[in-house]
Design a protein around this ligand. Structure first.
Ligand code: TYC
Length: 105
């Protein structure tokens, strides 16, 4: 019998395991402060990579500048990994040391 159409007493177990595997873990992506990256570049990253509206992008940038670290967005693993790579690639191309990290939410 196919996995999809199991019934009876096993159904509860099947539904439970199905729900578990289909709920993806979420990851927080953070920007880190440094002394060299310009504020304008960080705002540009927040707007273009993390799709933050301009006012929110500026708020997050100033939070990072003041506190050392700030949340840029929350994503599933692969998307978070891509965001981190995009930030590092754009920073490298523009000769800035801006760093980005991710951790499970
Ligand atoms: N501290 C930087 C400056 O004074 C600005 C900055 C903000 C850098 C946030 C990185 O993630 C950062 N130019």
């Amino acid at each position: 019998m196919s996995e999809e159409y199991k019934s009876g007493i096993e159904e509860g177990i099947e539904l439970e395991s199905k729900r578990k595997v289909s709920t993806p873990s979420l990851f927080k992506v953070f920007l880190l402060n440094d002394d060299y990256t310009t504020m304008d570049f960080v705002v540009l990253i927040l707007e273009n990579v993390f799709h933050q509206p301009p006012v929110e992008a500026t708020r997050i940038m100033l939070h990072v500048h003041k506190n050392g670290k700030g949340l840029a967005g929350i994503y599933t693993r692969e998307i978070a990994e891509t965001k981190v790579s995009e930030v590092h690639e754009m920073s490298q191309k523009n000769n800035f040391p801006l760093k980005c990290t991710m951790e499970e939410a």
